[in-house]
Design a protein around this ligand. Structure first.
Ligand code: AMP
Length: 415
C-alpha cells in the first residue's frame, strides 16, 4: 500500500518521498488511519519498526487543522524516557515536517541550560519533545501553555515506567487538556502499562506488532562461549578485525567498564569511544554525532545511553556483557539492522549465563546459534545442542506454558 492512501497532507508525502520511503511499515499502516480518525491508541512496537513515523506523521497532519486557541503553546507533546530518543524524535519531526510552515519543533531535555530553554519556550511552539523531569520543572514555573494541545504521545512508555517517571508522566498528562488525543507506544502493553493507558485514555485502539518486530528477522544473532576476560578480549579483537564490520556498538555492564574498554580499544588502534550516563549531555551528543559521521567505528556503551541510537552504518552489536533484562537485549540488537539493512548481533556468554540466555531466547521467541572461531575455541563445554532442546523449525522457540508468577521469564516481561 502506498503512503498516498493514508490521507496524509501532500507536504508530508513530499518529505517522505525525499526520505526514500516507498511504503508504510506495518505499524505505520495500522496506526496512521486510527490516529487520523482521532482515536486514542496503545501500540506495542519496538524500535526499528518505523514507530516514530507511525505517530509523528498523523501528529504533523493534525497541525493542518485550525488550532483550538490562539496561544503559542505546543499542539503536540511527545514524552520520551531518554535524551537521545528525544533528539531522534525531534529530528524525525523536523524531517517529515520540513515542507510545513507550522511545524516548529522544540526539544526540552535535562542537562541543558535553563535560559536557552526558557527562550525556546517563550516563542511559538508546535511540537514539543521532552524528557519528563525537565518538562515538569518548566510546567511548575508556568512556562508552558497547554491550552491548544491536541495530542499527547508517550514514546517507549515501558521504559519511562522503568526509569521511575510514572508520577511525572501522570502529572504532565493532568496539566494538558482532557480533550486531547492520547497515544502510547511501548515494547509491551501488559501490567502497569495497561493501567497507565487506561487511566489516561478514552477507549483506546490496540495494535500489537510484537510478533514480527521482536523477531528481528534481518538481524543474525550469534552466541560465543567465553572462558574468561582474556578470551573475551581476544574474541572481541577478532570480531573488530572483520572487514564486514563497518561500525559496531559494544555493550558493557557498567559505565566504568565502558570507559576502560574504550580506552583499551583506542590503545589498540581502533577508532573507539565510550558512551554512558556519566558523560555530560554535550559530550554524549558530540559522541553520537561523531558516530553518525563515521568518525567512530566502535562505540562502547551502556544500555540507557545507547537506547534510541539510530545510525544506519551500525552493522554489528556486540554484547561484551549480557544485559540484565531480556527486554534490553531486544533494544540492544535493534541498534543494528536499521531501516531494512541487515545486521549481526553477537553475545559473549560464560558458563554462568546459561539460564539467562534461555530467558532471552524465550523472550524473543528465537534460538541464538552458538558459533566457534577457529583458534579461539572455548574450553568451556556448554549446553546440549539446539535439537535436543525445546526448539522447532527454523530456530523458533515454542513457548512452554507461561508461568503466572515466579520464574525469570515472567519477571522480565512484567518489569
Ligand atoms: P524507528 O522504529 O522509528 O526507530 O525507525 C527505524 C528506522 O526506519 C529509521 O531509520 C527510519 O528513518 C526508518 N523508517 C521509518 N519508516 C520507514 C518507511 N516507511 N520506509 C523506510 N524506512 C523507514
Amino acid at each position: 500500500m502506498p503512503f498516498e492512501n493514508l490521507n496524509l497532507n501532500p507536504l508530508i508525502l513530499k518529505a517522505l518521498e525525499e526520505s526514500g520511503y516507498t511504503e508504510p511499515t506495518p505499524i505505520q499502516e495500522q496506526a496512521i488511519p486510527e490516529l487520523i480518525a482521532g482515536h486514542d491508541l496503545m501500540a506495542s512496537a519496538q524500535t526499528g519498526t518505523g514507530k516514530t513515523a507511525a505517530f509523528m506523521l498523523p501528529a504533523l497532519n493534525k497541525l493542518n487543522d485550525a488550532p483550538k486557541t490562539n496561544s503559542k503553546g505546543p499542539r503536540i507533546l511527545v514524552l520520551t524516557p531518554t535524551r537521545e530518543l528525544a533528539q531522534q524524535v525531534s529530528a524525525a519531526a523536523t524531517k517529515y515536517g520540513k515542507y510545513m510552515r507550522n511545524a516548529r519543533v522544540v526539544t526540552i531535555l535535562g542537562g541543558m541550560p535553563y535560559p536557552v530553554q526558557n527562550k525556546l519556550l517563550s516563542r511559538h511552539v508546535d511540537i514539543l519533545v521532552a524528557t519528563p523531569g525537565r518538562l515538569i520543572d518548566h510546567i511548575e514555573r508556568g512556562r508552558i501553555d497547554f491550552s491548544r494541545l491536541d495530542m499527547l504521545i508517550l514514546d517507549e512508555a515501558d521504559r519511562m515506567l522503568d526509569m521511575g517517571f510514572i508520577d511525572d508522566v501522570e502529572r504532565i498528562a493532568q496539566a494538558t487538556p482532557a480533550s486531547r488525543q492520547t497515544v502510547l507506544f511501548s515494547a509491551t502493553l501488559d501490567g502497569a502499562i495497561g493501567k497507565l493507558g487506561a487511566s489516561m485514555m478514552r477507549e483506546p485502539k490496540l495494535i500489537r506488532i510484537a510478533a514480527q518486530t521482536a523477531r528481528h528477522e534481518h538481524i543474525e544473532q550469534r552466541l560465543h562461549y567465553v572462558d574468561d576476560m582474556h578470551h573475551k578480549n581476544r574474541l572481541l579483537d577478532h570480531m573488530l578485525r572483520d572487514i564486514n564490520l563497518k561500525q559496531a556498538i559494544v555493550f558493557t555492564a557498567t559505565k566504568r567498564d565502558a570507559d576502560l574498554l574504550a580506552d583499551d580499544l583506542l590503545a589498540k588502534g581502533y577508532d573507539a569511544a565510550a558512551l554512558h550516563g556519566d558523560m555530560s549531555q554535550r559530550e554524549r551528543m558530540r559522541t553520537i554525532a561523531r558516530l553518525r559521521q563515521g568518525g567512530i567505528r566502535v562505540l562502547v556503551a551502556t544500555d540507557v545511553a545507547a537506547r534510541g541510537i539510530d545510525v544506519a552504518g551500525i552493522t554489528h552489536v556486540i554484547n561484551f556483557d549480557l544485559p540484565k533484562f531480556a527486554e534490553d537485549y531486544v533494544h540492544r540488537i535493534g541498534r543494528t539492522g536499521r531501516a531494512g539493512a541487515s545486521g549481526v548481533a553477537i553475545s559473549f556468554v560464560s558458563g554462568r549465563d546459561s539460564l539467562h540466555v534461555k530467558r532471552i531466547e524465550r523472550f524473543t521467541g528465537q534460538a541464538i546459534a552458538a558459533h566457534v572461531i577457529e583458534g579461539l575455541e572455548p574450553k568451556f563445554k556448554p549446553r546440549p545442542p539446539a535439537a535436543k532442546r525445546n526448539f522447532h523449525g527454523k530456530g523458533e522457540y515454542r513457548s512452554p506454558q507461561r508461568r503466572s508468577s515466579g520464574g525469570g521469564y515472567a519477571r522480565d516481561r512484567g518489569r
